[in-house]
Design a protein around this ligand. Sequence first.
Ligand code: MEZ
Length: 532
Amino acid sequence: MYTEQMLESMKKVEAAREKNATLEPRRMTAEEKDALLKTYHPDYKEGEFAILQVGPNKGEKVPTELAALLQGRSRIRPADIDLSHPDYDTDVLIIGGGGAGASAAIEADNAGARVMVVTKLRMGDANTMMAEGGIQAADKPNDSPAIHYLDAFGGGHFAAKPELLYRLVTEAPEAIQWLNDLGVEFDKEADGTMITTHGGGTSRKRMHAAKDYSGAEIMRTLRDEVLNRGIPVVDFTAAIELIKDEAGRAAGAVLLNMETGERLIARAKTVVLATGGAGRLHYQGFPTSNHYGATADGLILGYRAGAKLLYADTLQYHPTGAAYPEQIFGALVTEKVRSLGAKLINVDGEAFMHPLETRDVSAASIIRECSDRGKGVSTGNGMGVWLDTPMIELLGGEGTIEKRIPAMLRMFAKYDIDIRKEPILVYPTLHYQNGGLDIDKTGMATQVENLYVAGEAVGGIHGRNRLMGNSLLDIIVFGRSAGRNAAKTAAATESAPLTLSHVDAFMAALDEAGIDTGVVSPKLLPNYARKK
Ligand code: MEZ
């Protein structure tokens, strides 16, 4: 039930709708953005970060919740593990059943390798499935990979690794074609031309979408392809440590059957880590748009095996998480809602920012409106600002919402909110880890041979902020190339005896640093039990 204050504010939003719909709020200057981010973006809250005391990134800061896991105790005692009789033996072991893992599996299979996927939930239980608004590719006559590069490089604060971003944008058009050929049902005009829209920070319309369930459509297609090829997929099985060989290369993983608790050994010639993000760590107490298994496991496994992290101190808070009703608190309200014309409006009915600033700037702007400016709307459970969805039909005509963002229409309709007629309340939600494991341009971890990383577990592709639609793109571009390269490296790798000595060494380093917090990692699943 809306409160009196909400209803009063909603009347102001309605009264100003026509004026606000055609208003073009000015873009912030670079100086204004910098000042805004430093004061309001969660990445700049010093007290929320800890300095790592052991491992390849010793001396660097990461979120406190991540530091606890990176410096946590292993789930195994290496002395208890018998590596001499592996339960699985394969060329390429893929850890993670989302879009990056599936793309890697398909290409490694194409390359003739023996491939196996392990995933701690089920194939497709992943952030890919949760992505809504679309996937970027510069494939229109007024666009080019060079323009795409400039948009993404600027949006990421000029911090992306150039060789990775170059690959992302130049291989994007082919990635869309590949998905289209596999059967992804992209939105098209009657003549077959792909429909594209803007996203925050894009200077061209290059967002390809399947309505507002783009990720689900892509994941459905990739999963079908993996299963149709007969690639072995072991569900409900988490990787809890990487195994190396005596030459120091990644050579498999210790697995945990999540249902029986049984430990299993997978031996491989190369490993692809595609374990996704960290939203379920709820950094700084934020809600999340992420799937249930997003607990940064790959970062923990890679770090213990000696792989370096890049930009692990930078997270993406999606500006528009649902702030009301409570049942969907933090759920993603796709940026496509703003691409289609809805603006962000404060309690007094004012359009307080340009709706398509980059995500970090938009999130910080909403936080400022709800804090120092005192222009947020109280939801009873926190604060939010309006996203004036009826503007979409005012600008684009009746039926646009049903046609272009049916998932949003349905999500709110369940709570008797008709987004065609009333605005919705939003607040930033933890959406994406910009940082992750450092890779070279072949996708191999910079410090651990034969360990490939793809998808959200990678750091450096996007710099310190990611543009909408570049994540669905990176899981395809870097997932595919990790699969291809892992297969090629596997073919050239002679097996050597297996070892877990890196785990012993890491635990000894923790002892030496006097770190024993009682935390065990990887975390695998979030803990929502009520505290006594
Ligand atoms: O790239 C994303 O994170 C995305 C497409 C999200 C969205 O707003 O729909």
